[in-house]
Design a protein around this ligand. Structure first.
Ligand code: AMP
Ligand code: MG
Length: 300
């Protein structure tokens, strides 16, 4: 996934810590070899290459497909693990600086079809040759959850894993009641701090991540219903007990309108909360969904 990972643990000895952390990194690497869209030899790319034939797949790939399909359903389609063709189209746009035509967008959109992902016994197939998988919005979360399980299995419940800004924390550090996670402001607002234990925090969008074309800003997150890069004036942070869900939901939160996102989060994802920052020209509006347990940096 070509992004930095930082693991912090508290252990009885350096040897114990080294072994556990090594195993956690190895687990994350193995998942990358399974889910990566960049590595031609990754298992998900092999599944694509075999389409429409079925192949034997690993438990990891099965799990990724199962949770992605469920999250697609539970976000009313805002998170879509087959967004691949549209991502490619907009990546190209970013390079060439030329807006894709409506036909091109329609063609790519027609290839976004999660119903083509089929699981049967120990095999899977993509029923359409032109459909592609993209775990870009959930892969880090899956890797974080898996690495955390490994650290727990080594008896290191007190840990923090930071995967390129996406964070999972286990039990609190010694003599503390929680980990403190800082959310950098979108504009010049206060820095927010989240006190977290056994939780994951994922942020998507971001007011500084966009490209501009003909005066309009597009983010790398695409609305599957229109096929167009979402308006980038949003940053969504999701806090919940699963890094996998936090990751996918933060991405979905950039696609969905805030009221709809709030309804989905509160009715379907018990215990999840979110911070939505929306830029309105000079000021940034902040909506808290659920109870993200945030405070301004200076507050006690
Ligand atoms: P994240 O940083 O977790 O929000 O993930 C962004 C990445 O997810 C993009 O670079 C795309 O590869 C992919 N992506 C973009 N839009 C969507 C979407 N609507 N659903 C699922 N994945 C998406
Ligand atoms: Mg995501």
């Amino acid at each position: 996934m070509a992004s930095p990972v930082i693991i912090r643990v508290y252990a009885s000895s350096e040897g114990v810590a080294r072994r556990a952390v090594r195993a956690a990194y190895d687990r994350m690497h193995a998942l990358e070899m399974t889910l990566s869209d960049w590595m031609p030899e990754s298992e998900s790319n092999r599944l694509e290459a075999a389409a429409p034939e079925a192949i034997q797949i690993s438990d990891d790939l099965r799990h990724a497909i199962t949770v992605s399909t469920a999250l697609h359903h539970d976000t009313d389609g805002a998170f879509d693990p087959t967004i691949g063709p549209l991502v490619e189209l907009w990546r190209r746009t970013r390079t060439t600086g030329e807006m894709p035509g409506s036909e091109e967008i329609r063609d790519a959109r027609n290839r976004v079809d999660p119903t083509a992902l089929e699981l049967r016994g120990s095999t899977a197939r993509i029923a359409r040759e032109d459909v592609e998988i993209d775990f870009g919005a959930i892969g880090k979360g899956i890797a974080l959850d898996a690495a955390s399980e490994i650290l727990d299995a080594h008896g290191l419940g007190r840990h923090l894993i930071n995967f390129d800004g996406e964070i999972l924390v286990g039990d609190a550090p010694p003599e503390r009641t929680a980990w403190q996670i800082t959310i950098l402001p979108a504009g010049d607002e206060d820095t927010l701090v989240i006190d977290a234990v056994q939780a994951s925090v994922a942020t998507s969008g971001g007011l500084n991540q966009f490209f501009e074309l003909d005066g309009t800003r597009y983010s790398h997150i695409i609305d599957p219903s229109t096929g167009i890069g979402t308006n980038c004036a949003r940053q969504v942070t999701v806090i919940c007990d699963s890094a996998t869900r936090a990751d996918a939901l933060a991405t979905a939160g950039c696609v969905l309108e805030t009221t709809r996102f709030e309804a989905i989060l509160t009715t379907r994802f018990q215990g999840a909360s979110a911070i939505v920052m929306e830029n309105h020209g000079d000021n940034t509006g902040i909506t808290m969904i659920g109870d993200p347990r945030v405070r301004a940096l200076d507050a006690p």
